[in-house]
Design a protein around this ligand. Structure first.
Ligand code: HEC
Ligand code: HEC
Length: 393
């Protein structure tokens, strides 16, 4: 293939991925809540507006998020529901069972999730934060909105294995819930849609952006034209950053990580679906959603913020440690994997510099350790211990 054809192939693919993602953009409908006029209620309807804010160096929230009517009451209810074991078939499991705050809302005890019936799922639990920017949810992107996503785990036979009808009956037996639903949605006749909206609003408040790396960017006055300024004692992190943010065959022998785990948007993900070359014959991934062969093997590019706490790694939790992940990118990428992302194979072809990660990074053991040190500098301890996100019960 000539270089030109490769470039066209790359952009063609890029365009296809982008356009196939488009239809999955978040669309949380605005259902105006109508006050319950069918009788006197013991409770008062409350609408204390909540202003969702992000660090000023994050991108603006996508418009659909800005259109959500967030209120303190809905968030408080969502938080309570997130930790509610009554939502599961045998009252033992809540969302938090697989999404622990101290693990950045993932589950680092298990490679694959296990539900109430001790049946094992096929995927590693995902971290929950900065979700406002996500165009679609789950490793394969099968859920277009957070609200829709929150419906699924309750019903999933290998997760909480309950019917929403039953779950709502259990909640309606509790004074606290009847009051909180009324305060949040002005109705006594609440159902799964209200519960899912509340959970989604709580999830949107989970914002993480206060890591060692953020402090280094802060020192530049958030000027994107100046690289992060690491402080004293952070030389290793600084070296790791240069590998993370450098082209494979450019100066300094970079690892090209930033192309997918974006640094320019500060989110450490490009919010896209890609194949990073784990297997020759990859699992379907995004193909499950699009039914288009070109998407086979693509998975949601995970954010690397708090990655120190989100192991085991990859959609199937195949790597236990960050060292294993780095070794995979250094020497284990399957260049012949179906639909591998072209940048993994060709690198920065536009500048004519040749091969990508799949050709081997040849990092020294010092460089590998530096890269891991940088990944750990993306941890945000304030987020992991923020009391606003903990179990309210
Ligand atoms: C049994 C463990 C388990 C339980 C319980 C569970 N989850 Fe999950 N969660 C997972 C797994 C595993 C995935 C990835 C699944 C996949 O991609 O197929 C996931 C993915 C997600 C995602 C997608 C994140 C992203 O970036 O795309 C969200 C949001 C989420 N869960 C929220 C919830 C909520 C809300 C609840 C409770 C109603 C819940 N989960 C209950 C294991 C669990
Ligand atoms: C072509 C895009 C791409 C490039 C380049 C890339 N990654 Fe990834 N990365 C992904 C995708 C996609 C996944 C998820 C794959 C899966 O689970 O099937 C991932 C997963 C990871 C994970 C696991 C995160 C988790 O929560 O499970 C880590 C850590 C990681 N990458 C680090 C790196 C590092 C370090 C580099 C540079 C050496 C790099 N990545 C380069 C796309 C990329």
């Amino acid at each position: 293939m000539s270089k030109l054809i490769k470039i066209f192939a790359f952009f063609g693919l890029f365009f296809l991925v982008i356009s196939s993602c488009k239809k999955d953009e978040i669309e949380i409908p605005l259902i105006p809540e109508v006050a319950d006029t069918t009788g006197e209620s013991r409770y008062k309807c409350k609408t204390t507006a909540y202003n969702l804010t992000q660090p000023d160096y994050f991108p603006p929230f996508p418009t659909p998020i800005l259109n959500i009517e967030m209120t303190e009451e809905r968030i408080a209810l969502g938080r309570k529901l997130f930790y509610e074991t009554k939502l599961s078939g045998d009252n033992t499991m809540s969302c938090a069972s697989c999404h622990n705050q101290k693990d950045a809302f993932t589950d680092n005890k298990r490679r694959l999730s296990i539900g109430i019936d001790r049946r094992s799922g096929t995927k590693n639990s995902m971290a929950l934060f900065n979700l406002a920017y996500s165009p679609a949810f789950f490793w394969d992107g099968r859920s277009p909105t957070l609200q829709k996503q929150a419906i699924d785990p309750i019903l999933d036979p290998v997760e909480m294995h309950e019917t929403w009808k039953n779950a709502i009956i259990k909640l309606k037996g509790e004074e606290d819930y009847n009051r909180m639903f009324y305060e949040a949605f002005c109705t006594a006749d609440y159902d799964s849609t209200h519960a899912a909206r509340a959970i989604a609003q709580f999830e949107l408040t989970l914002i993480s952006g206060n890591s060692t790396y953020d402090k280094a960017v802060d020192r530049t006055g958030n000027n994107p034209n100046i690289g992060p300024q690491f402080g004293p004692g952070e030389e290793q992190i600084s070296r790791g950053f240069r590998i993370f943010n450098g082209e494979v065959s450019g100066n300094g022998g970079g690892g090209d990580c930033f192309h997918c785990h974006s640094t320019d948007n500060m989110l450490f993900t490009n919010n896209d679906f890609m194949n990073n070359g784990l297997d020759d014959n990859p699992s379907p991934g995004f193909f499950n959603v699009t039914r288009n062969e070109i998407n086979r093997g693509q998975f949601k590019v995970p954010t690397l913020r708090n990655v120190e706490h989100t192991g085991p790694y990859m959609h199937d939790g195949r790597f236990a440690t960050l060292e294993e992940v780095v070794e995979f990118y250094n020497s284990g990428v399957r260049a012949n994997s179906k639909n591998i992302e072209p940048i993994m194979v060709f690198g920065d072809t536009i500048n004519g510099t040749g091969s990508g990660i799949a050709g081997g990074l040849n990092l020294t053991s010092q460089e590998k350790a530096d890269l891991v040190a940088f990944l750990k500098a993306l941890s945000d301890p304030d987020f992991l211990t923020n009391k606003d996100f903990s179990d309210p019960n």
